[in-house]
Write a protein that binds this ligand. Structure first.
Ligand code: DAH
Length: 342
C-alpha cells in the first residue's frame, strides 16, 4: 500500500474514533507492534538505498504526524468527556424546590396560647402545676371532707400506693395549683394555670379521659365577684371577637363560697336559641366562686385578711365553641382530615 493511502486511511480512522478505547485500537492498528506503519518501517532495511531514503523519510514523517494527530484527538475526547460529565451534573437553578411538609400547632394549643395572651394582657401570670398530684392538694386542701360525696363528683385515676401510705392520683382538675401557689406567695396576685387533667370516665361527644383546663385565681384585699364578672366578660369579648353576656348561677364546689356556674350567651345564635346551646341561648362554660376560707386556711393564710375569686374553665369546651366542633374526641383522635383544617 502506498504511503498516501495508508495516511488517508489512518487519519480517517482517527477521526472516526468516538472514544478512548476506539482510539487506542486505531493506534494499535497503525503504530502497534504489528501495526501497518510499523511493519512498513521494518521493511525499510530490505529496500535498496534510494528507495529506502525516499520511503523512509515519508514513513517517518507519517509516524510523527499520526502520533500528533492521535494526541490531539485524545485531548479532544477528554475535553468532550468532561463537558458531557458537566452537562449531566448540571444544576438547574430554575427547577422549583421540593416542598417539605411543615406541621402546625394543634387547635388546643392555639386556644391555650390565645387564652394565655388575653389573661396576661390583664395582668395575670401563668403558673404550672403537677399532673401527678397528692390527695392533699387535689381534694383535702380544697375543702373536700374525707367522706364527703363531693369527692365522688370526680372520677379519679388513682396511682399505686407508695410506701408511706399516701396514694397519688392524676389530677382531676387544675384547682390544686391554687393552694400550691398560695403556700409560696403573698397576695395580691392574679394567676392562671393552663394544664392537662384526667377523668376516669366513659368517653362521649362531651367527655374525654384527658382534657385541658385553665384555672384562674385572683386574691387581694377587696377582690369581689364583680371583678370576676368584669374579667370574664373582657376575656370572652376578646376571645370570640364579639360582645357576650355572662350569667352566674348558684352552684356548689367545696372550695368556693358562694360558688357559681358561669354561662355565656351562645356565640352561634347570639342568644336566640340553636342546636349548639340546645335552644336555651346560654352555654355552660365553667365553674367559679369566691375562694372558701378553708382553702385560705389550708394555704396558711388568715382567712379574714384576704378575698378572691377562682374559676376553672375547660379549654376543650372553649375550642369546641370557637371552632364549632361538635365532638371533643376529634381533638385527640389524631385524624389529619380534622387537624389539617386548623
Ligand atoms: N375544678 C372544678 C372542676 O374541675 C372547676 C372549678 C369550679 C374551678 C369552681 C374553680 C372554681 O376554681 O372556683 O370541675
Amino acid at each position: 500500500m502506498d504511503i498516501t493511502a495508508l495516511r488517508d486511511q489512518a487519519i480517517e480512522a482517527i477521526e472516526r474514533a468516538k472514544n478512548a478505547k476506539e482510539l487506542e485500537e486505531v493506534n494499535k492498528i497503525y503504530l502497534g507492534r504489528k501495526g501497518k506503519l510499523t511493519q512498513l518501517l521494518r521493511s525499510l532495511n530490505a529496500m535498496e538505498a534510494g528507495e529506502r531514503r525516499k520511503i523512509g523519510a515519508a514513513a517517518n514523517a507519517l509516524r510523527d504526524e499520526l502520533h500528533e494527530t492521535l494526541e490531539k484527538k485524545q485531548e479532544l475526547l477528554a475535553r468532550l468527556e468532561l463537558q458531557e460529565e458537566a452537562r449531566q451534573n448540571r444544576i438547574d437553578v430554575t427547577v422549583p424546590g421540593k416542598r417539605l411538609p411543615v406541621g402546625h400547632l394543634h387547635p388546643l394549643t392555639h386556644i391555650q396560647r390565645e387564652a394565655r395572651r388575653i389573661f396576661e394582657s390583664m395582668g395575670f401570670s401563668t403558673v404550672q402545676g403537677n399532673e401527678i398530684e397528692s390527695q392533699h392538694y387535689n381534694f383535702d386542701a380544697l375543702n373536700f371532707p374525707p367522706d364527703h360525696p363531693a369527692r365522688d363528683m370526680q372520677d379519679t385515676f388513682w396511682l399505686k400506693q407508695h410506701r408511706k401510705g399516701e396514694r397519688n392520683l392524676l389530677r382531676t382538675h387544675t384547682s390544686p395549683v391554687q393552694v400550691r401557689y398560695m403556700e409560696q406567695h403573698v397576695p395580691p396576685f392574679r394567676i392562671i394555670v393552663p394544664g392537662r387533667v384526667f377523668r376516669n370516665e366513659a368517653t362521649d361527644a362531651r367527655h374525654e379521659t384527658n382534657l385541658y383546663q385553665l384555672e384562674g385565681l385572683m386574691v387581694g384585699k377587696y377582690v369581689s365577684a364583680a371583678h370576676f364578672k368584669g374579667v370574664l366578660e373582657e376575656f370572652y369579648r376578646e376571645f370570640f371577637h364579639t360582645p357576650v353576656s355572662i350569667r352566674l348561677r348558684p352552684s356548689f364546689f367545696p372550695f368556693v363560697e358562694p360558688g357559681f356556674e358561669v354561662d355565656m350567651s351562645c356565640v352561634v345564635c347570639k342568644g336566640g336559641g340553636c342546636s349548639t346551646c340546645s335552644q336555651g341561648g346560654w352555654i355552660e362554660m365553667m365553674g367559679a366562686g369566691m375562694v372558701h376560707p378553708n382553702v385560705f386556711k389550708a394555704a396558711g393564710y388568715v382567712p379574714g385578711d384576704w378575698q378572691g375569686f377562682a374559676f376553672g374553665m375547660g379549654l376543650d369546651r372553649l375550642a369546641m365553641m370557637k371552632y364549632k366542633v361538635h365532638d371533643i374526641r376529634l381533638f385527640y383522635g389524631g385524624d389529619f382530615r380534622f387537624l389539617r383544617q386548623f
